[in-house]
Design a protein around this ligand. Structure first.
Ligand code: 1HE
Length: 262
């Protein structure tokens, strides 16, 4: 295990587990902590085929470090520069081509929700709650929520969420797409690791296409999107590894899909 000041990095086979480790501040993200997160996603440990993003303590992440923000008394340009750092880091998480499974619990609020929204699969414990308390704090989202969260829950719902500081619990979050699965308290990490191991066994080119292609194509026009999909599919489907997988399917060596599983 590699321990940095605010995060830990562990490797289990092809899965790298990044854990927010600032539970005394409810994993609030300071400038230094953001840099540690940026570095691991910029240069993933060799052999990483899937990430798990997890947190110590009872809360996933309380968002922006409000104390640091207060003490630094940032100018508009300083805050803009800081936001660009958040955008860069969360873009790396979303678009580096390696799937990221988040294990959520407790507060997933403000910048914590922005971080979670950059992950590809979100498993939430029953204790999880989602909120955008920026309105109440007199600030505005700066870590990509207007793009990522609005796309998940619709802009209208995000406006309401910010104005009212409404919180959604795990079950409601599941209905809205803020998480993809709800598990009992204390179980998200184990479940995320299991999903990550399974995802890591997909061919890396397929995973790359899934985690980069779908979001990018959604930014395109219909004709461009369909063209890009064809190109991506051609690059992925012609991978020699795929023939072996198809042969395993024909000879009934792979497990069948079953309704209600996974
Ligand atoms: C913090 C932060 C923080 C806690 N920055 N220090 N985010 C928010 O508005 C959420 C603010 N936090 C909370 O609402 C609550 O702390 C929690 C619901 C997350 C957790 O409650 P609880 O009762 O378990 O803990 P606590 O007693 O409130 O917090 C424990 C300590 O962590 C306490 O410090 P202490 O010195 O009194 O022990 C808190 O001050 C500290 N702490 N959250 C700094 N966020 C790129 S723009 C993104 C914009 C945003 O993210 S805005 C949303 C900010």
């Amino acid at each position: 295990m590699m321990k940095q000041q605010y995060i830990t990095i562990e490797t289990e086979g092809a899965v790298t587990i990044v854990t927010l480790a600032r539970e005394d501040r409810r994993n609030a993200i300071s400038e230094d902590m953001l840099m540690e997160i940026e570095n691991v996603f910029r240069a993933p440990p060799r052999g990483t085929r899937c990430f798990v993003l997890s947190a110590r303590g009872t809360h996933f992440c309380a968002g922006l470090d409000l104390r640091e923000h207060y003490e630094k008394d940032r100018s508009p340009v300083e805050f803009m520069t800081m936001c660009q750092g958040w955008h860069r880091t969360f873009d790396l998480i979303q678009f580096s081509g390696i799937p990221v499974v988040a294990a959520l619990k407790g507060a997933v609020v403000g910048g914590g929700l922005e971080l979670a929204a950059a992950a590809h699969v979100r498993v939430a414990e029953e204790s999880t709650f989602f909120a955008l308390p920026e309105g109440q704090r007199g600030i505005f989202t700066g870590g990509g929520a207007t793009v990522r969260v609005a796309r998940i829950i619709t802009p209208a719902r995000m406006i309401d969420m910010m104005l009212s500081a409404r919180t959604y619990d795990a079950r409601r979050g599941l209905d809205l797409g803020l998480c993809h699965e709800v598990v009992g308290d204390g179980q998200a990490l184990a479940r995320a690791k299991k999903l990550a191991a399974q995802i890591a066994s997909n061919p890396p080119t397929t995973n790359f296409a899934i985690v980069t292609g779908i979001s990018r194509i959604n930014d395109m026009s219909t004709t461009d999107g369909l063209f890009a999909e064809g190109l991506l599919a051609a690059a992925v489907q012609t991978n020699p590894d795929i023939r072996e997988r198809l042969e395993a399917f024909f000879s009934k060596k792979t497990e069948r899909l079953e309704p209600g599983t996974r």
